[in-house]
Each structure stands twice: as C-alpha cells, then as structure tokens.
Design a protein around this ligand. Structure first.
Ligand code: ATP
Ligand code: MG
Ligand code: MG
Ligand code: MG
Length: 460
C-alpha cells in the first residue's frame, strides 16, 4: 500500500465509524495560542473542543494532520538521521471523540483498523498501558484477547498524557510493531529499548481527568479520546521496510536529492536529513512562515541551514535544496494542493536562503575544521561556537550536529557567557542610541537585541 492509500484508508475507515473527516490545520497555530511553536499533534486544532470552550456539529472527527517537531516541547530535530522513525515533519493520522465514545471503542477501532483493514499479523503487535489503568488493561485482555507476553504496563513518562501542568489529562495506551529479531532492541520499557526494533505506531490517549492548580485529579464529566498514528511509520510496516526512509515518499525524495547531488548512496545519512528537511521547510514556508532570527522563523532557518550543510558535505556545487520542491510535489501534491499553489514562493525563499548562507558556510566550516584539527580533548570551545554563530550564521544546533559526527561536544556554558556579554554590550549601546534619539541627535534607532534572543526559541 502506498502512503497515500493508507491515508485514505484511515480516513475512510473512521468515516464509516461515524467520524467527520476534518482537514489538517495549518502548521502555524492560531495567533492567540502562545503555548505552541508548530502544530505537533492532531489534537491541537481541537484543543478548545476538548476543553468544552467550543462546540462543533460533530462529536467524532478524523484527520491527517501535518505536524512539525523541531524546537519546543517535542523536538525531534536531533533524532533525524539517527533513528529509523523520527522526522521533523510528519503526518499524524488521528481519530477523536469529544465526549462521545471512550476506551472500549477507541481500542476496538484501532485494533480492527490494524488487524482487519490493514491485515497486520497480531503476533507482531505489542501493547502498552498506563500502569494504573486497569480499565484499559481489561479491555485489551478480555475483549481483544491480547497475549500477556506482548503487553506491558508503563509509568507516567511514557503513558500518561497532559495538555499542560493543569487541565485535561489521562492515561494512554500505545501500539507497537515488532520489526523483527534482526534489529537490536528490547520491547517497550525494556532496559535496551531505543524504540527502533519495536516501533511505536499508535498512541491512544484517554482524556479522563482535569488536573487542578493544587494537583487534584477531578474526573471529567465527558471523557474524550485523542489518538495519533504516524503515517510514515505505518507506511514502513505496510511496505515491509524497517526505516521510514525506505517508504515510497522518501525513496522518491532521496532519489531526487541523489540525482541533484550527482549520485549519492540512497542510505547516506546526510541524504536522509535533506529528504526530511525539505518536507518541513516546504510546509512551514507554505503555511506562511519566513526565515528570520527569532521564533518560528528561526527554527525554519535552522532547518534550512542544516540541510544546506548536509548538501555541502555531499559535495553540492551550488544551490540545490529548493530544486527538491518538484519531487516533493510529485509525492505529496495530491494530498496538499496548497503546496502546488505556493511552489514558486517556496522555491524563491529557499533559494534566497541558500545563496545567503553559502557565502559564509565555507568560511565557517574552514574555521571549525582548523579548530577541530588543533583540538586537545573532545570539547569545542565556547568562543568558536560564538564566532560561528555571530559571524558565520551557524545556528548552535548546526555546530552541534557537526560535533556529534566527530564524537565531540560543545562548551555551551562558555558560549552562553559570550552571548550574555554581547547582550549586555548591546543593551548599553541601545540605551545610548535611545538617548540620542530622544535628544534628536541621531535619527537611527537600530535594535540589535534580537540576535541573542534568537538562538533560543522562546516559546515551547
Ligand atoms: P517516539 O516515542 O517514537 O518518539 P512519541 O511517543 O513521541 O514517539 P506521540 O507523541 O505519542 O509520539 O505521537 C503519536 C504518534 O505520532 C507516534 O506514535 C508516532 O507514530 C508518530 N510520531 C511521533 N513523533 C514522530 C516523529 N518525529 N516522526 C514521525 N512520526 C512521529
Ligand atoms: Mg517522541
Ligand atoms: Mg513514545
Ligand atoms: Mg507516544
């Protein structure tokens, strides 16, 4: 099954179960939501419905939501290229109940979709529940008939979800797929579980309580359900491959990137990073964000610069990244016509960033190589990180990405101290500028304080 077929099979299955098919929301949350950098789960657009602040004409919904997990609370940027299952951009398939059905139906739907619709062998599926959720456990054992040996009870960290420190929360139950003994790794929760043999495919969240300011758990009058399954992960299962990068969408992007770079092994880590990053960059720009030095724009810039650096590592001779839009539209244009509409705009923005960064990338890399060659020990000094950031436009995570490849680490404390010094100096300068402006001695009131804010995306 192609990814596009799985997406429709999911939405149609839940439509048959009385769910309204709702379009994905933008990656950029509404202006009044200051808690979220980018949409990172299907439930985001229904937050107010779950909280009872907004009414809809339906009580069951299903979506394929575009998500970005780079920066903020869920940050998978550093996982890209290292695990088989993490992307900066991915699609989350979800079904939602707003005070309608609860655990029993949610579990039954998920199991039926996987084992009847997709015909996955039951022996490959593993299930986890929250350790105190006897209700979910009973449903799995007595109604679904799951095998004890493929079942585990996990704690708060893995299987208890909450929207924030207060508000709706509740236990989760997750479904994993075992990719087989050729891949190392323990079952969910085991001591050697890195998540890449038994890959988590679906999270079922049972919104059951309201956590009050004093930490009390009040039962919600109308418990709700929020689920999320990564399209790329279930596509890997359905296409009998282990890594998400081996699915149809990624194979097409990888081939296109390889062709642009004059022929690169499709399993090269850097190529995977590029194929991942073109999706997040294209969709983020498509949703109206521009590269900048703060907030969302800076996250975008960091991802673009990382992609450019990996291209450079593979021998790119000039701007290449923007050229991947055509290949992306081949595989995702049908599901996202808005991507087709904004193709030229996205290409233009990416090309501009590529041209701008390529001016400093080579020089920055040379400086870093020199420092690494002379390095005694395993830590890149704060001064180098600072110069790369301040003069050459290397976001810190980019320097870190390079360091990690060489098994080096960064002196972040040293770097931050230098950032602080510049911030103080800039504040003093700004005060002088403001003073001059007030006296009308100098019409120029340039604010340079963004730079030091920029490296830390301030919203979660
Ligand atoms: P993991 O433990 O593998 O990092 P997660 O527990 O953080 O996943 P959830 O927050 O439960 O993921 O999201 C629901 C589903 O979305 C996951 O079960 C998975 O299928 C998918 N998913 C989550 N993060 C990513 C990602 N970075 N790339 C691709 N799919 C993802
Ligand atoms: Mg995660
Ligand atoms: Mg998980
Ligand atoms: Mg999870």
């Amino acid at each position: 099954m192609k990814s596009a077929e799985i997406r429709s099979a999911f939405l149609n299955y839940f439509k048959r179960q009385g769910h309204e098919i709702v379009a994905s929301s933008s990656l950029v949350p509404p202006a009044d939501d200051k808690t979220l950098l980018f949409a990172n789960a299907g439930m985001n657009q229904f937050k107010d419905v779950f909280l009872g602040r907004e009414a809809r004409s339906y009580t069951r919904a299903t979506t394929a939501q575009r998500c970005v997990r780079a920066g903020g609370k869920h940050n998978d940027l550093e996982n890209v290229g290292y695990t088989a299952r993490h992307h900066t951009f991915f699609e989350m398939l979800g079904n939602f109940s707003f005070g309608d059905y609860f655990k029993r139906e949610a579990i039954r739907f998920a199991w039926e979709f996987l084992t009847v619709e997709l015909k996955l062998p039951k022996e490959k599926l593993w299930v986890t529940v929250y350790k105190d959720d006897k209700e979910a456990e009973d449903i799995w054992f007595n109604e679904i008939g799951i095998d004890q040996t493929r079942f585990s009870r996990l704690g708060e960290k893995d299987n208890f979800w909450s929207m924030g420190d207060t508000g709706p929360c509740g236990p989760c139950s997750e479904i994993f797929y075992d990719h087989g003994p050729d891949i190392a790794g323990d079952p969910p929760g085991g001591p050697n579980d890195d998540g890449d043999r038994y890959i988590e495919i679906w999270n079922l969240v049972f919104m059951q309580f309201n956590r009050t300011v004093d930490g009390k758990m009040e039962p919600l009058p109308k418990p709700s359900v929020d689920t999320g399954m990564g399209l790329e992960r279930i596509a890997a299962v359905m296409q009998h491959v282990h890594s998400n990068y081996e699915i149809d969408i990624f194979q097409h992007l990888l081939k296109a990137a390889s062709d642009l770079l004059g022929g690169v092994d499709l399993s090269a880590k850097s190529l995977r990073v590029i194929a991942d990053h073109i999706r997040s960059c294209a969709f983020i720009i498509g949703d109206g964000v521009l590269p900048s030095n703060e907030g969302r724009g800076y996250v975008l810039r960091r991802i673009i610069r990382r992609a450019i650096r990996h291209g450079n590592k593979l021998g790119a001779k000039g701007p290449f990244f923007h050229k991947l839009l055509t290949a992306l539209i081949d595989v995702m244009g049908d599901a996202y016509p808005e991507l087709v509409e904004s193709k030229q705009h996205i290409e233009r923005i990416l090309l501009k960033e590529e041209e701008q960064f390529s001016k400093t990338l080579d020089n920055g890399m040379r400086i870093l190589e020199d420092v690494i060659a002379e390095l005694k020990g395993k830590v890149i000094p704060g001064q180098t990180i600072f110069t790369l950031y301040d003069t050459y436009g290397f976001p810190v995570d980019l320097t870190n990405d390079i360091a990690r490849e060489r098994e080096l680490t960064l002196d972040i404390a040293g770097y931050e101290a230098l950032m602080q010094q510049t911030a103080d100096a800039n504040r003093k300068r700004k005060a002088t500028v403001d003073y001059n402006a007030a006296l009308n001695l100098d019409g120029q009131t340039e604010f340079t304080g963004y730079q030091q804010l920029a490296h830390q995306a301030t919203i979660s």
